[in-house]
Design a protein around this ligand. Structure first.
Ligand code: FPP
Length: 251
């Protein structure tokens, strides 16, 4: 956790505060329902959702979050209708292209976790370009979970470690939680302090199962396209009032 403190959800009061979370992870849910409620195509919901992404990235950077992980596309999302998958991929490319300058100007580094080789070539190229040109930025990491599923991440980790054991580079007795973390897609990132899921669903949905072991969970009924900076600050404020005991007792 960083050494700032949000004493009220008011943005201006943040300057002299402590306890800003180091890593915020968000399951951005409810784009489809947002559109359906307005008799619009689901894709309109994703378009509106990407505007929320811009606003929450900006707020995270301003308040001093070090890592923001956004669950933008799951391994299960590949099963959606082709036109929706294509629209999401197109939105991603346009987000990456339009945000490139903003990330450079604001010292934001882009990273990505997931089975990235499954993404269309155009998305991989746009992603790799921004990852590469922002690699030395130090202000904040924006980590996009793309074609991501925690169980396949865990299978991948087991295979890497098993290969190491087989080749003799890893001894079984040296396998610790740290070794496991280091072999996940999220290898160098700290575990999330906060997980937010929008749209009222109370599930983790195959997201960072290992990394969320001690994460504070926040669920809101708000659909992702309606999620505002004010509600985000309210959640950060609630987080600061929680006592994180990591399985021990209060002191
Ligand atoms: C879940 O809503 C959301 C997604 C599957 C995609 C999230 C994508 C974005 C927010 C926009 C593009 C991303 C970036 C990073 C620019 P849903 O479609 O499952 O909603 P529903 O549960 O109401 O149907």
């Amino acid at each position: 956790m960083n050494s700032k403190h949000i004493v009220s959800p008011d943005f201006d009061s943040i300057q002299e505060q402590t306890l800003i979370p180091t890593h915020v992870a968000i399951i951005m849910d409810g784009n489809g329902r947002w559109a359906q409620k307005r008799m619009l195509n689901r894709i309109k919901g994703h378009e509106q959702g990407s505007k929320t992404v811009r606003s929450i990235v900006e707020t995270s950077r301003e308040i001093g979050v070090n890592v923001l992980t956004l669950y933008a596309f799951s391994t299960e999302n590949w099963q959606r209708p082709k036109n929706e998958v294509n629209a999401l991929m197109t939105l991603l490319v346009s987000f990456l292209r339009s945000e490139e300058k903003n990330m450079l100007d604001n010292n934001i580094r882009l990273m990505s976790i997931g089975e990235l080789h499954r993404l269309p070539k155009e998305v991989q190229q746009a992603l790799n370009r921004v990852i590469s040109i922002t690699q030395y930025n130090t202000g904040m990491i924006l980590n996009l979970a793309l074609s991501y599923g925690s169980r396949s991440e865990l299978v991948d980790m087991v295979k890497k470690i098993a290969t190491g054991v087989k080749s003799g580079s890893i001894e079984i007795d040296t396998i610790t939680p740290e070794v496991i973390s280091a072999n996940l897609f999220s290898m160098n990132l700290p575990d999330p302090d906060i997980l937010i899921r929008t749209s009222g669903e109370m599930r983790i949905s195959n997201f960072m199962l290992w990394q969320l072991a001690y994460t504070e969970l926040f669920f809101t009924e708000t659909l992702w396209p309606d999620f505002t900076k004010e509600e985000y600050l309210q959640i950060l404020h609630s987080y600061q009032l929680r006592e994180r005991r990591y399985g021990t007792v209060s002191t």
